[in-house]
Ligand binder design. Structure first.
Ligand code: C2E
Ligand code: CA
Ligand code: CA
Ligand code: CA
Length: 279
């Protein structure tokens, strides 16, 4: 596989202390993070399995804390969800990423798909669909280029009207992807009920390619089932050549992972696009 750029942006503050007092301090800092412009969006390419061309990108938020450095979303998204701050953060990420994608579309004309994560808390907001519509209109991004990623851990039961909400988002012209596929208890029910054109095989399965024959069987069967249902498949967490070879042999549509590229800050991602255009 061709690596899409040498970098090491995955360096996070390793010394984030999580004592109760620190947690409370972080919460109140997080409350101001959007307003103070401390959030960043990184972009990770998704490539076509056969050509290895970039076909899409996932927007992944980071928090550049003035004292602590880059903080991982794995740490602050849960904090943002329990405090409800995820609503403001999620809206900021969506708007920011759509603006950027529109700009790149104008500049490079590649028609790259943009994946944006939606939290369960956002999906419970009655205003969500209207807000997505507004952001699409105001940024001018082609709705078919936006794909909203909904993780499988979100339960159809705990989020009222989940199906209706996703249908309404789908009706705006956006795609829906089921994230972390295979990790929840309701994978098949999800596939049957939700208007998702794509599933993202969770990295916990991909990691075990070449290690665990059971996980290999799950990956193989998931791809086959998704294709029978006319859904496309992205594999996440593709880290080594062996993963790529296996997924290619199984006909997986697209790949995302460190083997190709880590999530990149805006200028670095743009360099990738510019290089691609020159080829
Ligand atoms: P996710 O949506 O499953 O995103 C994929 C995660 O896998 C990202 O972690 C990405 O950096 C990481 N990753 C990509 N390729 C590889 C690989 O080859 N190996 C390994 N080990 N990891 C890889 P990240 O950026 O730290 O994000 C963690 C999670 O935080 C995301 O998981 C998502 O659930 C959440 N998140 C990130 N940004 C947002 C956001 O804007 N809104 C919401 N609601 N959640 C977000
Ligand atoms: Ca995701
Ligand atoms: Ca995922
Ligand atoms: Ca995840």
């Amino acid at each position: 596989a061709k690596s899409l750029g040498r970098n090491n942006y995955q360096v996070y503050a390793s010394n984030v202390d999580t004592s109760q007092q620190q947690q409370n301090e972080l919460k109140s800092r997080l409350r101001h993070a959007v307003r103070n412009g401390e959030l960043r969006v990184f972009y990770q390419p998704q490539v076509n399995t056969v050509s290895e061309d970039i076909v899409g990108m996932e927007a992944l938020v980071r928090w550049e804390h003035p004292g602590l450095g880059m903080i991982s979303p794995a740490f602050f998204i849960p904090l943002a969800e329990t405090t409800g701050l995820i609503v403001a953060i999620g809206e900021w990420v969506l708007r920011h990423a759509c603006e950027q994608a529109r700009l790149w579309q104008d500049r490079y004309g590649l028609g790259l798909r943009l994946g944006v994560n939606l939290s369960a808390v956002q999906l419970m907001q009655p205003g969500l669909v209207g807000e997505v519509a507004t952001i699409l209109r105001e940024t001018g991004l082609d709705p078919s280029l936006l794909e909203l990623e909904v993780t499988e851990s979100i339960s159809v039961k705990t989020v009222p009207h989940l199906e209706d909400t996703l249908q309404a988002l789908h009706a705006l012209g956006c795609g829906i992807a089921i994230d972390d596929f295979g990790t929840g208890a309701a994978s098949l029910d999800y596939l049957r009920r939700l208007p998702a054109g794509r599933i993202k095989i969770d990295q916990s399965f991909v990691r075990n390619i070449g290690v665990d024959p059971d996980d290999e069987a799950i990956v193989r069967s998931t791809i086959e089932m998704a294709h029978r249902l006319k859904r496309e498949v992205v594999a996440e967490g593709v880290e080594v050549e062996e993963h790529l070879q296996f997924l290619r042999a199984q006909g997986c549509d697209e790949l995302q992972g460190y083997l190709f590229c880590r999530p990149l800050p805006t200028p670095t991602f743009e360099k990738l696009l510019a290089e691609r255009q020159r080829i």
